[in-house]
Design a binder for this molecule. Sequence first.
Ligand SMILES: [Fe+2]
Length: 196
Amino acid sequence: MTLGNASFNLIFSLENGLCPERESSKRHLSDVKNIFYDTAEAEKILAADDQLIYEFYELPLPQDDGDLAFGTSITYPGTIGDEYYMTKGHFHSILNTAEVYYCLSGSGMMMMENSDGQWECRELSAGTALYVPKGFAHRSINIGTRPLVSFFCFRADAGHDYKTIASQGFRHLVVKKNDRPSVIENPRWKAQANDD
Ligand SMILES: [Fe+2]
């Protein structure tokens, strides 16, 4: 059923971010193992357990430029080596489109960067709204011990470009160092840049 041609409401649990009436899209480690820089550790963990890394909603909403797409994103706590669980991250296909995230629970960071190499990493905690400017790829990272739950909303026709980040990565990563999050340069991004 297509939503959005008439008013409607949906429940997203304040406890876990899930919508009981809708099926979420799930990303297990087997789906996203290549986003983590320690690929050997990702393979080792995957051999033991194909963990759920994150899930989110892709609601069947109309996708015209006057429509809005929204849902929740739930990134689970954990690490692959010293790198926190995170989402793949994406640009919008229509690059000139922003997005708002409102964190409902957990604690995390949003990594953002544009194609000119400008980047920012901002904290997300319950009650924080975060504006992702147009032109910036974005990735949620869970730095806490509970699920990181955010509500998001963006222009419905913006679309997703996952390929650019999948092939080049983000310039910076967030890793756990002395039990605290630390932003480092992405060794794989640099290696790829040097290969060019
Ligand atoms: Fe987005």
